[in-house]
Write a protein that binds this ligand. Structure first.
Ligand code: DHB
Ligand code: MG
Length: 243
């Protein structure tokens, strides 16, 4: 399979003309440039790239898929762990006028660029951007939910430090409404998920395996993993429903 060296120096990603051509073809038909949010995405990507953020945001087709989950569930409050440049949150917010997003970002520079991108997309008034480590911020959010000071979440997107996948999932489950959806990005780890030996040195595999195995034993949720190809890589996410 051909590979592309990432401009940000990260591990090169697999590519295939069929994957990129089909994303291009389907997006041109199903999310054409006449859509009102179309330019917000190219702006967010360009501004993120110009400011040195890594090119590891979700593919456009997945951003739209998660936005559609929010629409199908009529989600009013969504949680995201790992804002990066705000690209996925911009998908959720611009496709769902009823939605508010609480999003946590560890890196203050990433948060600053995300804030610029939210303002440019006209969604900043529906974003609560919290800067800090997920494991520092989530206990506070949980207490607020338990005290009735914060709405339970209907959709959570976990896309941050992979070693905390399970910890973030556990917090999200405690703060979710019944029938809420929780997604954990990148568990397929470029096809290495089933390789238990790879888990020793690869945090994406280790974190992916931990969350898959613990979710499988967790009576609060039901879940599946979808492998994906796209214009970005071979990967895949876990998608769970809270009982
Ligand atoms: C990486 C992280 C991501 O969240 C992603 O979607 C792709 C790649 C990474 O750390 O390499
Ligand atoms: Mg990711």
């Amino acid at each position: 399979m051909p590979t592309i060296q990432r401009a940000d120096g990260r591990e090169e990603f697999e590519t295939d003309a069929r994957w990129t051509d089909i994303d291009k073809y389907t997006l041109t038909n199903l999310h054409p440039s006449s859509r009102p949010n179309h330019n917000h995405f190219s702006h967010a990507i360009e501004n993120s790239q110009a400011n040195g953020l890594p090119d590891i945001g979700v593919p456009a087709v997945q951003g739209k898929f998660f936005a559609m989950q929010c629409r199908m569930l009529n989600v009013t409050h969504s949680l995201e762990v790992g804002t990066l440049g705000g690209y996925s949150a911009i998908w959720l917010l611009t496709e769902n006028p009823q939605l508010r997003v609480t999003t946590i970002e560890f890196n203050p520079h990433h948060a600053k660029i995300a804030q610029q991108n939210f303002e440019a997309a006209g969604v900043a008034d529906r974003v609560e951007l919290l800067v800090g480590a997920g494991m520092d911020i989530l206990p506070t959010l949980l207490k607020e939910v338990e005290d009735g000071k914060r709405e339970q979440f209907g959709f959570t997107f976990i896309d941050a430090d992979k070693g905390n996948n399970w910890n973030y999932f556990d917090y999200a489950t405690k703060m979710s409404k019944p029938r809420a959806c929780i997604v954990v990005d990148n568990v397929v780890a470029k096809g290495k998920l089933a390789d238990e030996n790879a888990a020793e040195e690869n945090m994406m595999v280790k974190g992916g395996r931990e969350v898959v195995e613990r979710v499988g034993r967790d009576d609060r949720v039901d879940a599946t993993v979808l492998q994906t190809v796209s214009d970005k890589d071979y990967d895949g996410f876990l998608i769970a429903v809270v009982k």
